[in-house]
Ligand binder design. Structure first.
Ligand SMILES: C[S@@+](CC[C@H](N)C(=O)[O-])C[C@H]1O[C@@H](n2cnc3c(N)ncnc32)[C@H](O)[C@@H]1O
Length: 441
């Protein structure tokens, strides 16, 4: 039981780090000193417990409010985290209830709230006895999806996609997504699918079930046969249609999933990113894959290639709201206030990207966002500026459904690509991406 307590202590630190100190979960996981010393099973448990608590935060807090006679005082915030973790184990993970209660009571004392051990014990036992039907009812009625979606995000999704689609997206956010891999050699898909117990996706990538644990332990990782990349994230580089020997610029390239695709297609890639640490990871990733690209640490707004190029991929920084299935912390850490600076940055990056193109060259703009402000609205602004005579002359080069096999429903009437986590549900969904292809006149 002691090892279990260590995992839960780490989970308590991590949840506090995300919700109180506003650190992204991936960063908190990397920075946590004791996590690495846990065995891989406990590490996986801690990670899953925190991710599920964040995914189900709205339901957990509604249940807590129902079980407490009066709201917890602000100075008891860490106790709230203990309750969230305990309730999450009882109501959403298949933790044996006695283990969840016992470790939560011990965690209460360890966190310095020994005087509240009785309260935690009573709340968790009552939840175990009484609350499963309530949770099942919330799942069945769709209320769970609404409760776990913060108001700012619900309003933004409803305004952009309508209430019914917002509901379907919010439902998709409740489940941990499958693990998608992009293969260096697409011709090897059937072999790797058999070895990894995966299915081959219509685009040629592989899909494994969720909960695989440490991906570095999977067959083919060390050999550099594949890299982790969501199905939707694999589409922008594909839509650039890079040819062997062609020089292409990958702007905002790190950690390099799209750079790897372009290099694997035989292109000479110039990968640009302003973050030196992330660029280092890009180089390490390419080394593992046996692929090469020239790397440039620079601000893509002012950097220019030595000569105009025929292909530019811009995977712009954005709200990342399309990746909430994988990063449930984003719903809690981001909000509308962050969007205005991001959309201004996207406009400047788009204008710079268009300026790098030779006549007839193509620019693919992508964001992993569900918000139109970071997608079609940016392209409309760029094209309006071009009509006024500002910036490099570009026009939309529509994407055809045949270019994305099996994913025709993601292609819009204008010829852009808009994927939603609620699409392809029979296959396990895909991240939310917006992609537009433009051609320099
Ligand atoms: C969405 S991530 C890119 C993911 C990457 N394309 C991939 O497929 O692995 C956005 C990246 O943009 C970089 N970035 C943000 N602003 C930038 C700028 N002005 N110039 C260059 N890179 C920038 C960030 O450092 C970050 O690595």
């Amino acid at each position: 039981m002691t090892a279990g307590l260590d995992a839960r202590t780490a989970a308590l630190d991590l949840l506090g780090e995300v919700l109180e100190r506003r650190t992204p979960l991936d960063e908190a996981l990397q920075q946590h000193k004791k996590l690495a010393s846990l065995d891989s099973r406990d590490r996986g448990f801690a990670r899953n417990l925190v991710a599920t608590s964040l995914r189900r935060l709205g339901q957990l807090d509604a249940v807590t409010a129902q079980l407490l006679d009066r709201p917890l005082k602000p100075k008891l915030e860490a106790l709230r985290q203990v309750l969230r973790l305990g309730l999450c184990q009882i109501l959403f993970l298949e933790t044996p209830p006695h283990a969840a209660v016992d470790t939560s009571v011990r965690l209460t004392a360890k966190a310095g709230f020994g005087g509240h051990k009785g309260l935690v014990n009573a709340i968790l036992r009552r939840a175990d006895r009484e609350l499963r039907p309530l949770i099942a009812g919330q799942e069945a009625s769709g209320e769970a999806a609404r409760l776990n979606t913060p108001n700012w995000l619900w309003d933004a999704l409803s305004a952009a996609h309508g209430e019914a689609v917002a509901q379907a997206i919010a439902e998709a956010h409740l489940t941990e997504p499958p693990l998608d891999l992009t293969l260096k050699d697409p011709a090897s898909a059937d072999d790797w699918a058999a070895r990894l117990d995966a299915r081959v996706l219509p685009t040629g990538g592989l899909r494994l079930s969720s909960g695989q644990g440490d991906v570095a332990k999977l067959a083919g990782y060390r050999d550099g046969a594949w890299w982790v990349q969501d199905l939707a994230a694999s589409l922008p580089a594909r839509l650039l249609r890079a040819r062997p020997g062609q020089t292409v610029v990958d702007l905002c390239a790190a950690p390099g999933g799209k750079t790897a695709q372009l290099a694997a297609a035989g292109a000479q890639v110039i990968a640009v990113d302003r973050d030196v640490g992330r660029l280092k990871r890009l180089t390490q990733n390419l080394d593992r894959l046996g692929l090469t690209a020239a790397t440039v640490e620079a601000d893509a707004i002012s950097w220019r290639p030595s000569a105009p190029v025929t292909g530019v991929l811009l995977d712009a920084p954005c709200s990342a709201t399309g990746t909430l299935r994988r990063h449930p912390d984003i719903a809690r850490l981001k909000g509308p206030k962050q969007f205005a600076p991001l959309t201004a940055l996207q406009d400047r990056l788009l204008a710079a990207a268009a300026d790098m193109l030779a006549p007839g060259g193509h620019l693919v703009y992508a964001t992993c966002s569900l918000l139109p402000e970071e997608g079609p609205a940016r392209i409309a602004a760029l094209l309006a500026a071009v009509r006024r005579g500002g910036g490099a002359p570009v026009a939309r080069d529509p994407i055809a459904a045949e270019e994305v096999p099996g994913l025709g429903e993601t292609v819009t009437a204008e010829g852009d690509l808009r994927s939603l986590p609620s699409q392809l549900s029979e296959l396990g969904g895909l991240d939310g991406f917006y992609v537009c292809r433009l051609r320099r006149q």
